[in-house]
Design a protein around this ligand. Structure first.
Ligand SMILES: NC(=O)c1ccc[n+]([C@@H]2O[C@H](COP(=O)([O-])OP(=O)(O)OC[C@H]3O[C@@H](n4cnc5c(N)ncnc54)[C@H](OP(=O)(O)O)[C@@H]3O)[C@@H](O)[C@H]2O)c1
Length: 345
């Protein structure tokens, strides 16, 4: 079968991730007439773009019959996925879920196609595949080729995460709080824990007994599940007043010394990674450089002066793409390829 014949539902189609999924599906040659846009009943009948030329009409999740589609890309929030993804899966539709709800289920594969494509074989366990957290996906992508060369022991990371990672309501909050300085109209923090305009917030998710937030804890658990369970990770996740693009400062300790020149050579050949000009320290990537791009940008790669086996680097990536929608569509393509091979065998 041609991939343009796949019947696909995008659940959460009016949200940040869902709209990006529709854009990416259109850009990668999926067929408008085969795609259904699904959201809450309050969006029923709304028109939504599919690529530059086509428009879809939004259906409501509660009325949708998942037996009419082959695959559903879900991003309606954890609670909604928890209720509807298993129902869709039971009707034979394969769910690729962007929320965190299924990621730690050992029976459900958590996939970054460039890192652990082989785990696709487990999709049949529950007919559900999980898409990783938008902060860990770009880091895991950069760490994979380095770990293949010299084993990683430990990673210490600080993230700088844009408000689009917290949904469209958080983007509106940054916009309104920024304007409020000029208009005098108060714009209180409602979706984020503190005011975000002209500020930053070292608090993403909920605090756990350990003192970490659940976002920080997810990064550790997901890196272990995707790349290698022996790698330790400690994260501090920070929300910054940027609309799109997550960045991170990554300190990696390897089993042995890893020369910068060697690491650069490896990263330059790694899929999905764009290494900035290593000879020019001014050539680093910011969220503005990464927004709208599929690749994860790696810059400021250097030896860690605090550890003989350490490297330090900076990543910048579009959180709605590799951290969410692009990775989900790549999983869909991987699934299609896997199913086609299985049928042919
Ligand atoms: N943003 C990111 O970078 C990112 C990355 C990875 C994962 N995620 C995860 O993806 C999910 C969505 O994120 P987002 O940023 O796209 O959020 P968002 O912009 O707030 O959009 C939420 C979407 O879910 C739909 N929805 C909400 N309640 C629903 C219900 N009861 N039934 C059906 N649809 C419902 C909304 O539809 P209406 O418009 O009709 O309300 C909207 O389409 C979250 O779980 C998030 O953690 C986000």
């Amino acid at each position: 079968m041609d991939k343009s014949k796949l019947k696909i539902a995008v659940v959460g189609a009016t949200g940040n991730v869902g709209r990006m999924m529709l854009n990416i599906l259109a850009a990668r040659g999926f067929n408008t007439s085969q795609v259904k846009a699904i959201a809450s009943s309050s969006s029923l009948g709304k028109k939504i773009s599919f690529g530059e030329d086509d428009v879809l009409t939004v259906d409501s999740l509660s009325n949708f019959d998942f037996s009419t589609v082959d695959v559903a890309l879900f991003s309606p929030g954890g609670k909604v996925s928890a209720e509807y993804a298993p129902k869709a899966a039971a009707l034979g539709c394969v769910v690729i879920d962007n929320t965190s709800y299924f990621r730690d289920d050992p029976k459900i594969p958590l996939i970054i196609p460039e890192v652990n494509a082989e785990d696709i074989r487990d999709y049949k366990n529950k007919n559900i595949i999980a898409n990783p957290n938008c902060a860990i996906a770009p880091i895991a992508l950069a760490l994979k080729p380095l770990h293949d060369e010299i084993a990683i022991k430990r990673v210490v990371v600080s993230t700088y995460q844009s408000v689009s990672g917290a949904g469209k309501a958080a983007m509106k909050e940054l916009d309104q709080q920024t304007r409020s300085l000029f208009t005098g109209t108060p714009a209180p923090a409602e979706n984020l824990p503190r005011p975000i305009a002209y500020n930053l917030i070292p608090h993403i998710g909920i605090f756990l007994e350990s003192g970490y937030t659940d976002e920080e804890s997810k990064m550790r658990a997901e890196l272990k599940k995707i790349l290698d369970s022996t790698i330790e990770l400690s994260a501090t996740c920070v929300r910054v007043p940027v609309f799109v693009g997550h960045c991170s400062s990554v300190h990696v300790e390897f089993e042995e010394p890893f020369f910068v020149s060697e690491a650069l050579k490896i990263l330059k050949n790694a899929p999905g990674i764009q290494v900035m000009d290593a000879d020019d320290p001014m050539d680093y990537a910011t969220p503005l450089d990464a927004a709208g791009q599929d690749d994860v940008f790696v810059s400021r790669l250097r030896q860690d002066t605090s550890h003989p086996n350490g490297l330090v680097f900076w990543t910048a990536s579009d959180n709605l793409r590799k951290g969410a929608a692009l990775n989900a569509v790549q999983i869909l393509e991987l699934l299609f390829e896997y199913q086609s091979k299985q049928k042919a065998a």
